[in-house]
Design a protein around this ligand. Structure first.
Ligand code: PLP
Length: 480
């Protein structure tokens, strides 16, 4: 029979033991992180480790928790890609703020339920405060700003499309709706539209110009053509910092077109919305004030632990319209004065994601974070400057939002050979363990992409990386 007293004792003992164990794991790793530059960028687990994990049974009787914890640290946490490394230049990956770490650990220890306001009013107030701050930075009028913290921009972009659909299309017209985005928009936007039921032919990709910005003239043409054919254009998605190149669409023109034809204007600012805090670069986001909604991943450029994204809308009644439900079992715990976040987005039980960002912003201040943004621009420009001093390097996309694309293109090689060479250079710099740089493809050309937004990346890191790339490029060309 179930022995509750025994169970209770074991749980208490478990918490006591785990507190000591956790302290030891944390202090060891935090000490290591302080010397992150000396750590390997990618410690790949051996095949036997992965095979062992895959073949492990879930035991009927629990094992020694210290052994389990040690296994996790050694086999899982320590053997992975260190995306926080200062020479990890792929994805949109940044260093982690110590205050975000502290906020994140506290969030787990307290395990607040922030589905509704009443369960944790302080956390609700922090979330509302930050959403309003973000909206104000974008130039939204204060009174109606609304928003919700979500796991990532994939969720934020999808939730924005739910709101756009419900605001601009009658249910019987869903099958005629069309959404527009550029050929450089992040795949999460298209994926979100598909998840919520739009067919591929209802998602129109507009070509970009030489700077990878959406062609506003072609957008307007497409909207007019679709209207003439009986379709109902309902949403434009602009990019503020595209993943490939950091490019920023002509937001003002897109906003004006959205207003002219009555479309919802969403901006994917997952990456680039952070420039709003920089007095020097925020003007690049001009036009965002015309949008109806935007997403902002602070786990990208603002040094947050993952799962810290926000969807911000100009008028929160649109979120309530799409997401509010009133089940009888929540009737007693609804807030009478504030919006409950389960009414503002797709989630119910969720962690207090805003707390780590609040901790960081309060402890660091926006001045220093703005300098980080400006430093990222400086580093991407430095990459271009250094490459331009050396023969055969071609800049394929100019630095934008701390992102630059380039390739080694000596005369006389075919397009296929150049693509092959680019792939080999990426592979070799990763094999050397010096820097992590992968390729992407821009207008048919395979390129090396560097995203220089890590606060710990130094000028020396950049100079040494370029020097190694140059050496590898010469060697690989000779051996092609
Ligand atoms: C521009 C852009 N939008 C959306 C996303 C998806 O964000 P998440 O990975 O937080 O879901 C990314 C991810 O890199 C991105 O760069």
């Amino acid at each position: 029979m179930f022995d509750w007293l025994e169970f209770d004792k074991s749980i208490k003992k478990g918490f006591e033991e785990q507190a000591a164990q956790l302290n030891s794991y944390l202090s060891k790793r935090i000490e290591k992180n302080a010397h992150i530059r000396d750590l390997p960028i990618f410690e790949e687990p051996g095949k036997e480790t992965i095979d062992r994990i895959l073949s492990m049974d879930i035991p009927a009787k629990g094992r020694d928790p210290v052994e389990v914890g040690n296994e996790l640290v050694n086999d899982v946490f320590e053997q992975a890609m260190l995306t926080q490394h200062p020479r990890f230049f792929s994805f949109v990956a940044s260093a982690v703020s110590p205050y975000s770490l502290a906020g994140s650990i506290l969030t787990d220890v307290y395990n607040l339920h922030v589905g509704g306001w009443e369960q944790a009013p302080g956390a609700g107030a922090i979330e509302e405060n930050l959403v309003k701050w973000m909206g104000r930075l974008a130039g939204y009028p204060e009174t109606n700003i609304g928003g919700v913290f979500l796991s990532g921009a994939s969720m934020a972009n999808m939730s924005a499309m739910v709101t756009a659909r419900d605001s601009r299309l009658a249910p019987e017209d869903f099958a005629k709706g069309v959404a527009y985005l550029s050929d450089q928009a992040h795949s999460s936007n298209q994926k979100g539209l598909r998840i919520i039921g739009f067919r591929q032919d209802q998602i129109v990709k507009i070509p970009t110009d030489d700077d990878f910005r959406m062609r506003a003239d072609l957008l307007e043409e497409a909207i007019c053509r679709d209207r003439q054919n009986g379709k109902i254009p309902f949403a434009i998605i602009g990019s503020l910092g595209s993943t490939n190149t950091g490019s920023i669409d002509p937001l003002t023109e897109l906003g004006q077109i959205a207003q002219k034809y009555g479309l919802w204007f969403h901006i994917d600012g997952a990456f680039g919305a952070s420039i709003l805090i920089s007095p020097i670069y925020s003007n690049l986001a001009k036009g965002i004030e015309l949008s109806d909604s935007f997403s902002w991943d602070t786990h990208k450029w603002l040094m947050q632990i993952y799962s810290c994204s926000t969807l911000i809308v100009k008028d929160r009644k649109n979120l309530l319209n799409s997401f509010a439900e009133h089940p009888e079992y929540l009737a007693d715990v609804r807030s009478s004065e504030h919006n409950d976040s389960w009414d503002l987005g797709p989630e119910m039980s969720r962690p207090a994601r805003a707390i780590k960002l609040w901790y960081t912003l309060q402890a660091t201040g926006t001045d220093l974070l703005a300098e980080l943004i400006e430093y990222s621009f400086f580093n991407a420009n430095l990459v271009k400057k250094e490459l331009s001093k050396r023969p055969n390097w071609e800049i394929v996309s100019n630095p934008s939002c701390g992102t630059v694309n380039f390739r080694y293109a000596p005369a006389g090689l075919s397009d296929e050979a150049l693509d092959e060479l680019t792939g080999r250079i990426s592979k070799e710099i990763i094999n050397r363990g010096f820097a992590f740089i992968v390729t992407t493809t821009l207008k048919g050309k395979r390129t090396l992409r560097m995203c220089t937004i890590n606060a710990n990346t130094t000028e020396k890191d950049i100079l040494q990386t370029i020097s190694q790339l140059d050496e590898i490029a010469k060697y690989e060309t000779a051996n092609l």
